[in-house]
Design a protein around this ligand. Structure first.
Ligand SMILES: [Zn+2]
Length: 136
């Protein structure tokens, strides 16, 4: 029972660190240069982030899911606040223009979030900390 509780805590911590652009394993926040350039491995714990070839396709998926969730909640809130006189016209273009930045803003978070989810599905192994290239 205690082990299950510890696993839940660990899961929440991994996901929170991933969601907030930190290394899921150690919480190191120095992973990005500028906005989009992620380091290959964590400078603190040594985890190589691209664990397998094609690893980052999952981050694209995370970014797509997050962006659609924001879109659905944004539109729902907009319609609920303005109902029954939902304004159309220029508001649609303003909303679309602002919304276009969501995937760009969330891009680095999607990479660390996906790494956290990947670690939950495939726990880290010794090879994830070695210096060689990506295993086949
Ligand atoms: Zn780390």
């Amino acid at each position: 029972m205690d082990q299950i509780h510890q696993l839940e805590n660990k899961t929440g911590r991994l996901l929170w660190r991933g969601f907030t652009k930190a290394c899921p394993l150690c919480g190191n926040r120095k992973l990005f240069r500028r906005w989009v350039h992620m380091v290959d491995r964590c400078s603190k714990c040594g985890l190589r982030f691209e664990r397998i070839e094609g690893h980052w396709i999952g981050a694209v998926g995370m970014n797509t899911i997050f962006s659609f969730v924001v879109l659905v909640f944004g539109l729902a809130t907009f319609f609920l606040i303005t109902y029954p006189n939902v304004p159309m016209g220029s508001w649609v273009f303003i909303f679309a223009g602002v919304y276009g930045f969501v995937p760009l803003i969330f891009y680095p978070n999607s990479k660390t979030l996906w790494t956290a989810i990947d670690i939950l599905m495939r726990p880290v192994v010794e090879e994830d900390f070695q210096n060689e290239g990506i295993p086949e």
